[in-house]
Design a protein around this ligand. Structure first.
Ligand code: NAP
Length: 285
């Protein structure tokens, strides 16, 4: 059953939001609104459309207005990183931030929670899988892959293979990451414990990802970052082969948890009711 965000706010209401341009497509207000209602919190989470040239001014204004913090989405993630007074190790590895927290002195703290959200989503949807189990093959080398690859290495992944349409971008990422990272032109699936789609292929309106999953070991997990549709052609092929699949919606939901905890003081949960609520307009296939 659907609930709607709390209709009343006091003068002490906690405030956060998502900065993007455009931001109308963002599901974050619906997601945080669900948790605010679920926990009866005196607070609000708003869509905040901000043009790139106004980004720095807007962020400082939010701090002045008493916001607890904000999420940052396309195209501001790198600009947000540059603007922060304090960034953690995860943000440094990702070179971008998606979560801002303003402290009592007005300083801006930044972190990147995409990698955390990705790993938490696998833990939820493919219990028992561990990053240390074996090599991971990642398709793509964009911003999201940067965060996820760093998180996999930090979680003990013994070997990471990057495959990207533009190999130079994958090579630059491999150099930045350091550690056991290789670049390949074709995905070596025979020994992989994890295959990740970090491209936009398979998204509604894009061509499907063409890859033969037959060489993957039977224990491998297939994770797609794309969440529109919920079950991409890649995940359907994984299911048909009897492999465990992890959808992109889980990553989206879990990456939001650290910010909510910081701003509103409650550890929120991801459950089926939340998934259904956020996915209300996302096609299943
Ligand atoms: N579930 C979540 O919470 C979540 C969060 C963030 C992102 N995502 C998804 O993750 C994906 C990547 O996002 P991003 O922010 O990293 O984007 P990005 O920085 O623009 O990177 C896009 C990646 O997709 C590749 N690509 C695009 N079109 C392609 C094509 N026709 N054939 C082969 N490769 C193609 C690009 O290759 P080139 O380098 O050759 O251009 C690049 O590696 C998107 O699908 C996005 O929706 C999901």
């Amino acid at each position: 059953m659907e609930t709607s965000p709390s209709p009343t706010l006091s003068g002490k209401a906690r405030k956060a939001g998502v900065l993007g341009w455009p931001v109308a497509h963002s599901r974050s207000p619906r997601l945080h609104g669900w948790w605010l209602a679920r926990h009866g919190i005196d607070g609000a989470y708003l869509p905040l459309p901000v043009r790139p040239e106004r980004f720095a001014t807007a962020v400082r204004a939010l701090a002045d207005l008493g916001f607890a913090g904000a999420n940052v989405t396309i195209p501001h993630k790198e600009a947000a990183y540059a603007l922060c007074d304090v960034v953690d190790q995860v943000a440094k590895r990702a070179g971008s931030v998606n979560t801002l927290v303003f402290d009592a002195d007005g300083r801006i703290h930044g972190t990147s929670t995409d990698g955390y959200g990705f790993l938490e989503s696998i833990r939820e949807q493919a219990p028992g899988w561990a990053a240390a189990d074996g090599p991971a093959v990642i398709l793509g080398a964009g911003g999201a892959v940067r965060a996820v690859a760093a998180a996999l290495l930090d979680a003990g992944c013994p070997r990471l293979i990057l495959v990207n349409r533009t190999p130079a971008r994958a090579e630059a990422l491999a150099r930045d990451l350091g550690g056991p990272v290789e670049v390949a032109t074709a995905a070596p699936l025979e020994a992989a414990s994890l295959l990740v789609n970090g491209t936009s292929l398979g998204m509604v309106g894009e061509p499907p990802l063409e890859i033969d999953l037959a060489p993957l070991p039977a224990t491998a997990v297939v994770a797609d970052m794309v969440y529109v549709p919920l079950e991409t052609p890649l995940l359907a092929a994984a299911r048909a082969r009897g492999l465990r699949g992890v959808d992109g919606l889980g990553m989206l939901l879990h990456q939001a948890r650290p910010g909510f905890r910081e701003w509103f003081g409650v550890e929120p949960k991801v459950d089926q009711a939340l998934r259904d609520y956020v996915a209300h307009d996302i096609p299943r296939r």
